[in-house]
Write a protein that binds this ligand. Structure first.
Ligand SMILES: Cc1ncc(COP(=O)(O)OP(=O)(O)O)c(N)n1
Ligand SMILES: Cc1nc(C(=O)O)sc1CCOP(=O)(O)O
Ligand SMILES: [Mg+2]
Length: 476
């Protein structure tokens, strides 16, 4: 049930459960099964089906004839668009979850109602009176024989087929047989794979997909999740769980770095043109800025090819993380995801902050450029962590940039509770005057040419750091 809920959540559909039995189980096996009273299961069915407009029902453990009858009665009273039957009889651990007494009602009453039935090899054999299934050819015959029992579609899962490099499932829709292959993933973390596959198919059907497409997408999801969590170690038994919510994790660093406003104190923003002119690589430039005291780094690489940008970003992420310095990517959410950077800085004509947030998740750092009070008010509502505000002074680094001056900067700061970093034309000669405006949420300055158009990046950064430190001390 927990796998069902997670699979549906991962695939973006709402799932409600009806519990037929409570089990005591872990990665070792099933230690106990406590079957719920049939009338209480009927009550749960009614609660869910009478209230929600249920599109698809997927069944799991149906441990008694009475329980199957309750299910059939309920879906006759409250018809749904599709019924997916996962004939859970034997757990992957080998534990029997539904005895042979349920077989007749499965064959005669449940399967004829099903739009899809998804037996594994043991279950297919069980349904077929102990038929030996040892090859894909056997599975093809089994799919046809089970189809004769009445379900509209059959998926015989070949994951337990011995000695094969791939995992072939056989799908039969009454007319055509399909062999659906996927890579066999070598992992102990397969607990709940059958439930997950059936729920994922149900989820895709609920979205309106045709059966074969739903099966293919669900298989791909399971394969991706198995692969993603193949090396996890949870539990001491032979069969661990897998990671349904992989999508939430792909952009996550091992230990996400919490954003602190003080990170904005000395914000180094790279420029490939400048570094090229001085004959240094992006990585050397970033190393030097950190050595000089940069408290956050942004890779603003407008001219790099995407592949080169990702490669450079990965190296810089590893440099910054080894020094405990957060690193953001300018404009490119894709590059931030691919390089597992700490976040992204976007401007008013880049991807909207709310969309960036939905793509990056709650833990990443998002900065947004604001020149006006209105933009500053929106930044917080849309989920930004900080504001970059400028150009405080004229700059040659960004063409046609509007200068808002120190007064414009103050207005932006006052309009938002978010921390603000000033940008645009700031360097050793005027950084003090910026910090002197003495607004509590102005946390620091962001600079490009003052660092990267200098011969020695680390000493330029050190000097700017010193000036900022003095400015903050006089502020106190
Ligand atoms: C810290 C910081 N503030 C402002 C900007 C400017 O971002 P944007 O307006 O998107 O312009 P480009 O940098 O993309 O040219 C920034 N990059 N960093
Ligand atoms: C990237 C950028 N954004 C700005 C804005 O006003 O939003 S000004 C700017 C360029 C900043 O470079 P330098 O420190 O060399 O002036
Ligand atoms: Mg931008």
């Amino acid at each position: 049930i927990q796998a069902d809920l997670k699979a549906c959540a991962a695939l973006g559909v709402y799932c409600s459960t009806v519990i037929t039995a409570v089990t005591a189980q872990n990665t070792v096996g099933v230690q106990g099964v406590n079957i719920l009273p049939e009338d209480f299961v009927a009550e749960q069915m009614k609660s869910v089906l009478s209230d929600m407009e249920v599109d698809v029902v997927k069944t799991g453990m149906l441990p008694s004839v009475g329980m199957v009858k309750v299910l059939l009665h309920s879906i006759k009273e409250y018809p749904v668009q599709a019924l997916v039957v996962d004939p859970v009889m034997v757990a992957t651990s080998g534990d029997v979850l539904a005895g042979s007494s349920v077989l007749p009602v499965f064959r005669e009453e449940l399967l004829p109602m099903a739009d899809l039935v998804t037996p594994n090899l043991k279950e297919a054999s069980y349904l077929l009176g102990g038929m030996h299934l040892e090859s894909v050819a056997d599975m093809r015959s089994a799919a046809k024989l089970i189809h004769d029992m009445g379900p509209r579609n059959v998926l015989v899962k070949g994951g337990d087929l011995p000695a094969s490099m791939d995992a072939v499932d056989v799908f039969f829709d009454g007319e055509n047989l399909y062999e659906l292959g996927s890579k066999r993933i070598n992992t102990r973390n397969t607990h709940g794979t059958g439930c997950t596959l059936a729920s994922s198919i149900a989820a895709e059907l609920a979205k309106g997909l045709p059966m074969l497409s739903a099966v293919k997408i669900a298989k791909r999801y399971v394969e991706t999740a198995l692969n993603y969590g193949k090396d996890m170690t949870i539990g001491r038994g032979p069969q661990g769980p897998f990671d349904h919510l992989l999508k939430l994790n792909v952009c996550r660093s091992v230990a996400p770095r919490a954003f602190s406003p003080s990170d904005l104190f000395l914000y180094a923003v790279t420029d490939s043109g400048m570094n090229e002119q001085w004959g240094r690589s992006i990585t050397d430039a970033v190393k030097a800025a950190i050595e000089g005291g940069a408290t956050i780094v942004q890779l603003r690489e407008k001219n790099l090819e995407t592949r080169d940008f990702i490669e450079a970003a990965k190296e810089c992420v590893s440099i910054c993380h080894s020094k405990g310095v957060p690193i953001l990517i300018n404009d490119r959410v894709d590059v931030a995801l691919a390089s597992v950077a700490d976040g992204v800085h976007v401007g008013q004509s880049d991807m909207p902050v709310s969309l960036v947030r939905s793509l990056l998740g709650p833990e990443k750092i998002i900065g947004v450029s604001c020149k006006t009070q209105e933009q500053a008010q929106e930044a917080w509502i849309n989920g930004a962590d900080y504001i970059g505000s400028g150009g405080v002074f004229p700059t040659n680094t960004k063409a046609n940039n509007k200068t808002i001056g120190l007064d414009g900067l103050k207005e932006v700061c006052f309009a938002s509770k978010l921390p603000v970093v000033a940008i645009g034309g700031i360097g050793l000669s005027n950084a003090h005057s910026v910090m002197e405006i003495n607004v509590p949420n102005l946390e620091g300055v962001a600079v490009v040419s003052a660092l990267f158009n200098a011969e020695c990046v680390s000493s330029a950064t050190k000097q700017l750091h010193e000036i900022l430190k003095q400015a903050v001390q006089t502020r106190k």
